[in-house]
Design a protein around this ligand. Sequence first.
Ligand SMILES: Cc1cc2nc3c(=O)[nH]c(=O)nc-3n(C[C@H](O)[C@H](O)[C@H](O)COP(=O)(O)OP(=O)(O)OC[C@H]3O[C@@H](n4cnc5c(N)ncnc54)[C@H](O)[C@@H]3O)c2cc1C
Length: 363
Amino acid sequence: MPKVAIIGAGISGLAAAIELKRNGISPVVFEEKNKVGPAVSFANVSFKFLFRPICDQIKYLKDTYNLEIKPISDINLLKIQGPNKRFTVSSHLGYSFLRGKDAHSIESQLAAQLAYPIEYDSNVKHEDLLKEFDYLLVADGNGSWSKKLTIWQSTLRAWIRGATVLGRFNPHEIKMWLNTSYAKSGYAYLIPMGQERASLILTVPYTTHEELNQQWKSFIDTEKINPEVVELWDIEFESGLSYPHQVGNTFLVGASGGFVGSLLCSGLFPSLISGFEAARAISVGTDYSKTMEPYFTNMKRQFNLRQLWDGLDNHNLDRMVSLLNIKPVKYGLLNSNFDILKSADSLIGYFKRREKSILGQNR
Ligand SMILES: Cc1cc2nc3c(=O)[nH]c(=O)nc-3n(C[C@H](O)[C@H](O)[C@H](O)COP(=O)(O)OP(=O)(O)OC[C@H]3O[C@@H](n4cnc5c(N)ncnc54)[C@H](O)[C@@H]3O)c2cc1C
């Protein structure tokens, strides 16, 4: 049996370990912390419309990888507040998941299914492990190894402030705010962790940690939110496109492999998939690049939309929010058979080509 090392017991590393174990390989899983999960608890959302043609991510994970994960809740209601315009949609839009060290967090659920020892408190280096192991899975949640081993293109850099807030919440409802005055081309979310606790998260691209305080204050003031904050945390975020995803016997998975979308920082689902697929490549000989190709394409599409979003001012944001109410757009958002990301990307491609040809004619 090959000797396999996994660097990082996060979402993708744990998924890989589960699949390797099932296929008779006992990997060594190195984790720099003393327990799985981020230090703070917070809620994530995984929207269905981002990963079409897959309709139901939980069902897909069960059917394809025999993985059972429990969300905090189904998301049935999304309210978007633009600078002036509003959009509300009520339908099954996806799931919220708990992150952190809690027993119900997604990391704890994965670790429980792995039921296998993890080498905690070990901050390991890729180059040291290469000598000792046949295969390496880099699952350390950042692009540092991709930057050294592959072609890495940064797709989003942001500072994120998260707060755990208390109140009365509908666990099925997500609120989102868009306003360049405090979020630039980012956004704020309220994702309930139950009926009495929620994560309030502000993501501001291309800002500094120093500016984040003022942006947070401006968000709270502008949207007239008066949250009872019990915990506050800041984190620097970077997503990127990485290619190739395998270099020799090293597999780059999760955020390390560039499988975090730059549109809404959505990486839970593709990170899980990349862990499973890398493990299958090692244990049953499938082609990792090939199986991850649809997700790589998805990441490129998200980046194209991200670049468009980066150029929008408040007026355009309001137009975008209004546009969501138009029947074909709403249909695309809600209809599971319609790949809205692909269609939006084709439309961007068309306008880019048209702009180029007009510029060419005017030369
Ligand atoms: C604030 C925030 C909000 C997010 N919100 C969403 C969301 O709403 N929806 C969504 O789909 N995605 C969201 N994401 C993205 C999602 O969290 C990531 O896509 C996912 O966690 C990536 O999984 P991973 O396995 O690559 O990394 P991680 O889950 O980060 O795991 C990496 C692990 O590696 C360990 N590690 C690091 N270096 C070493 C080392 N040298 N040696 C040993 N261990 C090491 C870390 O301690 C960690 O446990 C969010 C991310 C952030 C930061």
